[in-house]
Design a protein around this ligand. Structure first.
Ligand SMILES: NC(=O)c1ccc[n+]([C@@H]2O[C@H](COP(=O)([O-])OP(=O)(O)OC[C@H]3O[C@@H](n4cnc5c(N)ncnc54)[C@H](O)[C@@H]3O)[C@@H](O)[C@H]2O)c1
Length: 426
């Protein structure tokens, strides 16, 4: 039987466009796309046809007749206010990471989701990568024993020399969130897989950052903070400990995860093979299994062909399918508002910990009113708001690092402008 169509609007046309095929493959009807940048409006019509409505403002998008759901792929730190507006109108929300840019927004988002009949889900795709699903299956099977320790790394170095076009489009100004992104903030790709695999929830966090300040170069597109990686420790609900990175930039590009139980451990290999290594203590190896083996998990899914074509190791397809299945079945997704805001709290409080040299912070439980009250007015943020609100927290331990000074920001903006002009003339 054909699944019911869900009328969905997209807010943010770059990342949003990566979801078009996955949404449509799951019988989503993309009725509108909103981006203030005309380039993405044109791209949307080229990909979706002239019938799709194009808007420049969220105010127009949310008024689209019959809109049932929305994908938030606007700026990283500005998802919560739009999610809240949609939830208040009973519109289902699929939000890119992170769910909230400030602690106060986390509280407001949880309150709005509890009041709404609509579904809230974080579009976190890394847990659905094949090796993570296999680690989920193994851990939940029980042979590894109780969780003791797990590691998650999202390591995404970018060379500014390879492709300046890509680099400038990722970070078009010194006020863009990527320019100032503290290393702890993009934590979901490292942390969500561990929470999904093990069911453990972070309760306390502490962080330190690995520094790599580089000399000032007045002719280069230097941006960002001098920290290269956040090393974040969380103490969890079940007594275990996670060690995760935010978005790190060291060594070679990879995501890796390792789950250590009392009796054995499982991890994906850091060689892009999607292979996993499963090993047990010799005296605790399950009957009939080798003590240690490396293998590539097999994808066994009715939508195999579509998953193999989807971005992020198939993760984008699973996100779209899960979101629509939850809407159609009236089911709460695993990556709900509590799961999402707990991760955002780790990101935000780990940054404060890092600024203070490692002070531990308790992760609030936003199911509890006393924890909400504690944070409901905490609006501190290292980012610029689109409305021109300046950052209220330093992005780095080295607040006077050359890219973060007024002069360094102006230099970056001038280089981007000159680059864009040269591209137009070419
Ligand atoms: N899960 C993943 O694998 C993955 C991959 C890439 C990006 N993302 C996430 O997607 C989101 C978007 O990232 P991006 O890479 O597309 O870059 P981006 O943040 O630069 O793009 C945001 C887009 O939204 C538009 N926008 C923002 N505010 C708007 C407003 N008020 N009105 C109209 N348009 C507005 C901008 O013009 C821009 O085109 C971020 O949260 C990012 O973390 C996730």
């Amino acid at each position: 039987m054909k699944k019911k169509t869900v009328k969905i609007g997209i807010f943010g046309g770059y990342r949003g466009s990566h979801y078009y095929k996955n949404l449509m493959a799951n019988n989503g009807e993309i009725v509108a796309v909103c981006d203030m940048n005309e380039k993405y409006a044109k791209k949307a019509q080229a990909m979706l046809g002239e019938d799709v409505a194009i808007y420049k403002s969220f105010d127009e998008l949310i008024e689209h007749p019959g809109l049932e759901a929305i994908l938030l792929s606007n700026y990283f730190h500005e998802h919560a206010p739009y999610a809240i507006r949609a939830l208040e109108r009973g519109i289902h929300v699929l939000s890119e990471c992170t769910s909230n840019g400030t602690m106060a927004e986390g509280v407001a988002l949880v309150r709005a989701a509890e009041k709404s009949k609509a579904i809230y889900m974080l579009a976190e795709n890394y847990p659905f990568m094949l090796f993570n699903q296999e680690m989920h299956r193994i851990y939940r099977g029980g042979t590894l024993g109780n969780l003791i320790f797990a590691e998650g790394e999202y390591n995404h170095p970018i060379s500014p020399d390879d492709n300046l076009d890509y680099y400038v489009s990722l970070c078009p100004s010194s006020k863009h969130w990527r320019y100032l992104l503290p290393r702890t903030y993009y934590v979901t790709h490292a942390l969500a897989p561990l929470m999904y695999i093990t069911g453990a929830f972070p309760k306390r966090v502490s962080a330190m950052c690995a520094m790599d300040p580089v000399p000032e170069d007045k002719n280069a597109f230097q941006r960002g903070v001098p920290e290269r990686a956040a090393i974040i420790l969380t103490q969890n609900s079940d007594g275990s400990v996670f060690r995760v990175t935010g978005c790190a930039g060291y060594g070679h590009h990879e995501n890796s995860y390792r789950i250590c139980g009392k009796r054995g451990q499982v991890e994906n290999l850091r060689d892009h093979s999607e292979n996993i290594l499963l090993s047990y203590n010799a005296w605790e190896t399950p009957e009939g299994e080798p003590t240690s083996r490396i293998y590539k998990p097999v994808l066994d899914d009715k939508d195999k062909a579509l998953i193999e074509k989807a971005g992020h190791g198939g993760g984008d397809f699973f996100v779209a399918r899960e979101f629509f299945d939850c809407i159609r079945e009236g089911r709460r997704p695993e990556f709900d508002v509590y799961f999402s805001t707990a991760m955002a709290s780790v990101a935000i409080l780990a940054h404060r910990s890092m600024l203070e040299g490692g002070t531990p912070y308790d992760i609030p439980d936003f199911r509890k009113e006393e924890d909400r009250v504690r944070y409901e007015n905490d609006t501190a943020s290292p980012f610029w708001g689109t409305d021109g609100t300046p950052p209220s927290l330093p992005a780095s331990r080295m607040a006077d690092y050359h890219t973060l000074t007024e002069e360094g920001c102006a230099r970056y903006d001038a280089l981007v402008e000159a680059y864009n002009k040269a591209q137009e003339q070419a």
